[in-house]
Design a protein around this ligand. Structure first.
Ligand code: KPL
Length: 349
């Protein structure tokens, strides 16, 4: 039973990136009795967003906001372009976009319903959810007063975007979700409430708050084989996202077109070589899983396709780029990934 008065609930969760997936996480955290505070680059005191649940029921999310410290022109530029991407690609799913620009429509100054009082502005942040797009992470975290022992949930596509950015004593928990949320007019529609896995590189059990959260976050798990689950999602993104982006097709098209299916097979095979070199217990043969993901999301516009349609920066560096960096350290050549990274970057360096 959730007890919002418990010491574990006294600490709020800060959210970087109130896009589709960030809002879904905020909803589950609030449902579990936690206070969620959105970090924004303007001084809007509260944020209101409508989330439409899979049942069709709308939920009005009311979130406290605090201004991001250290906002700079570079961040403003990138976040505006991210916002453009979101506005232009309203059917994109998993579009964990960043922080809305000042003056974004749909905001309300109505009072939120926090379960605990907000801490004084400038107090160190002890709990953070990073749900902005991977390329904006460095700018979004710059100057953030993170506590030395902060707990950080990384809810982003790709891998490695927080490497070297957190204090040594921080606990970084990775979140991999197969759920899907898409923009639907001014609302955010949960189109699939699937499994979500949390885990970290260090062995060990979940933190104390996990029990309260998993009672309110459907299908949330803390699996023993977290790393393999994360890699399965990564290979799905590494195949589906750039191919759909470059060829401007829906996810399901990849395995209907023999030429695209051939490229998908090469990309998946190369990714398996890296994972097997990193971990000999990797089962290999990722292709059937990638195909199943493409078919399960057949009608979707992938997040990278949406970014490319909008002329926005993509997550290619955190996805295929991560594989290339691992491969280089292992002295493995990945020609298909090299080619596809170059092709995506040629559209948006
Ligand atoms: O995660 C996705 C994305 O678009 O980023 C997939 C699973 C490929 C669904 O579109």
């Amino acid at each position: 039973m959730t007890n919002p008065a418990s010491p574990d609930h006294a600490e709020p969760w800060y959210l970087l990136g109130a896009g589709n997936m960030g809002l879904l996480a905020a909803h589950y955290l609030q449902r579990a009795g936690f206070t969620v505070i959105v970090l924004r680059r303007d001084d809007t005191p509260t944020l209101e967003r409508t989330l439409i649940l899979p049942s069709g029921d709308p939920v009005l999310l009311q979130l406290l906001c605090e201004p991001l410290v250290g906002a700079g022109p570079a961040r403003e530029r990138e976040q505006s372009s991210r916002q453009d991407a979101r506005d232009l690609s309203k059917d994109a799913i998993n579009n964990a976009s960043g922080i809305p620009p000042a003056g974004a429509a749909g905001l309300s100054r109505a009072g939120p319903a926090p379960t605990n009082p907000a801490p004084a502005a400038g107090a160190p942040i002890r709990r953070l959810v990073v749900a902005c797009k991977a390329p904006f992470t460095v700018d979004a975290l710059a100057g953030l007063p993170l506590a030395a022992d902060a707990t950080v949930l990384r809810l982003q596509n790709g891998l490695g975007s927080l490497d070297g950015l957190l204090p040594d004593g921080a606990r970084m928990i990775e979140v991999v979700s197969a759920s899907a949320v898409k923009r639907d007019g001014d609302a955010h529609r949960v189109v699939a409430e699937n499994d979500t896995w949390m885990g970290e590189s260090a062995a060990g059990g979940p933190p104390a708050w996990f029990g309260a959260l998993s009672a309110h976050w459907p299908k949330l798990h803390w699996p023993d084989d977290f790393r393999h689950r994360q890699w399965r999602k990564l290979v799905g993104n590494a195949v589906i996202n750039p191919l759909t982006g470059l060829h401007d097709v829906a996810n399901g098209r990849i395995f209907q077109d023999p030429a695209l299916a051939g490229e998908a097979e090469q990309l998946a095979r190369e990714a398996d070589r890296v994972f097997t070199a990193l971990d000999p217990t990797w089962p290999g043969d990722s292709l059937p899983g990638v195909r199943a993901l493409a078919e399960a999301t057949a009608g979707n516009t992938s997040s990278m396709r949406a970014d490319m349609q909008a002329g926005a920066v993509t997550e290619i560096d955190a996805i295929n780029g991560w594989l290339l960096r691992q491969a280089e350290a292992l002295d493995i050549d990945l020609p298909a990934h090299r080619r596809i990274v170059a092709a995506v970057k040629a559209r948006h360096p």
